[in-house]
Ligand binder design. Sequence first.
Ligand code: WT7
Length: 664
Amino acid sequence: MSTEADAVSGAELDAELAELLDVETFEPPAGFREQALLKDPAVYEQAASDPQAWWVAQAEELDWFQKWNRVLDDDDPPFYKWFVGGSLNVSYNCLDRHVIAGLGDRVALHWRGEDGQERDIAYAELLAEVERFASALKDLGVQKGDVVGIYLPMIPEVVVAMLACARIGAPHNVVFGGFSAEAVRERMEFSQAKVLITVDGAARKGKTAPVKDRVDEAMGDLASLEKIVVVKSKGIPCQMREGRDVYYEDILAAADPACPAEPLDAEHPLYILYTSGSTAKPKGILHTTGGYLTGVSATHRYVFDLKAESDVYWCAADVGWVTGHSYIVYGPLCNGATSVMWEGAPDYPNKGIWWEIVERYGVTILYCAPTAIRACIKWGAEWPGKHDLQSLRLLGSVGEPINPKAWLWYHKVIGGERCPIVDTWWQTETGAIMITPLPGITATKPGSATQPFPGVFAEVLDESTGEPVEEGQGLLVLTHPWPSMLRTLYKEEERFIETYFKRFGRDIYLVGDAARRDRDGYIWVIGRIDDVVNVSGHRLSTAEVESAIVAHAEVAEAAVIGQHDEDTGQAIVAFVTLQGDIQGDDGTVEGIRETVSGRIGKFARPKRIIWTGDLPKTRSGKIMRRLLRDIAEGRALGDVTTLRDPAVMQQLEDQVKELRAEEE
Ligand code: WT7
């Protein structure tokens, strides 16, 4: 319920934001520029004129056991190798070297549990636990090169597990905690994981959700999986299978406290992370060691203008996504940063929890997704208004285009008009931020990710001619290799080439996003060109959701599209044909949503389900999604003459109208 006072301040805020809408560009605040790590725009030209020298300078910031003898091996594109012959260890760079430098007492993580429990973990402590757990993994038989699955919520052990894997050269395969156990099984199977690290239960807004028991149900007798390690996080009972399952705490206690970091080749696989593509089968993005760490540490330092001694950095993503891998774990720890890690949701125990955390730990840098900002706008400026946010000096955004209104609200209400905003564009595939302002240099425009990071080369190509677009819309590409790029799709080399390096050749990376270049050369990312939808920054393929829907016993066929949505950016709309004469009702809708939850995860549940006797198909049987999108958006229909049965469209339009009326 909003009070009169709120309503007034809301209207005032709206008026002030409307005024800001006329401002085209925002220069870095003078005070910020003066103290920024990078303030001379010449850095762009220097990096462009000799990108390898630029990346070498970044790689020099890391500790190498052995230096490389060749910076970039580009003999066989798109199979690039960086820092060839070099050897290093990611966990050594994230932990040991800081402790050796005398920074062992510095807090690495201010962890905060959903129930308000707090744990400050210093670098030395984190190192000690990582060493022990790395030893424990070895005791379980994990060897260099073995894949280890990780399915954990936002608890410190997830960081320990990732770093322990990195320490012994066992590539990890983290599955976001919001994915279902079924999705975990699939990813364990694809990657042939030998061990899975999971948890008894996870906090969900005041309740505890069982995790291990669900995992057991889904895992069945997956032969490749030899061991399951269970963290006792919530202390709930769970089934433990004799000979396969062990408790994290038990193996830790029994393990050798010393486990020196293994020197690994610069191209040794660091992790696999599954993400959605055009087909139902997720793609296993493979990242390696030296180039990846170079990319994430350099971008983390310069994009966030990190002063490790004084900043308190908070990336409010989940470790299960690439944002968490690169900017909760590897980038910040490699740079010796002090971070905040929050276990819970942004609206529990109340809608002010984020701002309470900012105040409590004196957060100086906040990095989050536009969907979260839009939610905060909806909840009202009174929530952040209750807290002192003066510590903030820089704000970041990631995951989807940020609409100017949300940008301005973030700028004004959260940043108090003194914090630069970095809108960072990148992908699971790119490993690190690719297009972004540099906060002490770049004049920002709300909604634009602005310019490629130094050493990165982006172009917008005309869809039909393939020629670079000076001003206007086209396909976003990256035209030079970069150190943190994916090396392949795990066990799917052909698909790797097909997906990214077919359209414009083997040396031009096709991003999969459409973008616009404005007259100042600024890049505005518009959205995906493939059948990928972005729901609250969560990447899903329409085919993946469709196959989950047809797994429902009563469904004959389904087509899924992404529809523009105020809150989540895009929402999933499913057109569903039921079997025989079955009539869909609320129960069927719920049943389908449940099926999708079980197969993929709650976040993939369709927002709208539209029943249809048939789907609009071409004579060759291809579903015409374009028409479905037109219908869902209430647009005039394009050409329907190629349809096998044009009457289908009329029926559908009526359906959608009815649904709209119901919703209103
Ligand atoms: C896709 C990648 C990058 C980590 C989180 C998402 C979209 C991402 C932006 C941005 C506009 C963005 C793109 C991209 N995207 N950041 N700042 N502006 N769009 O990683 O799950 O691999 O998704 O997210 O469409 O291709 P991801």
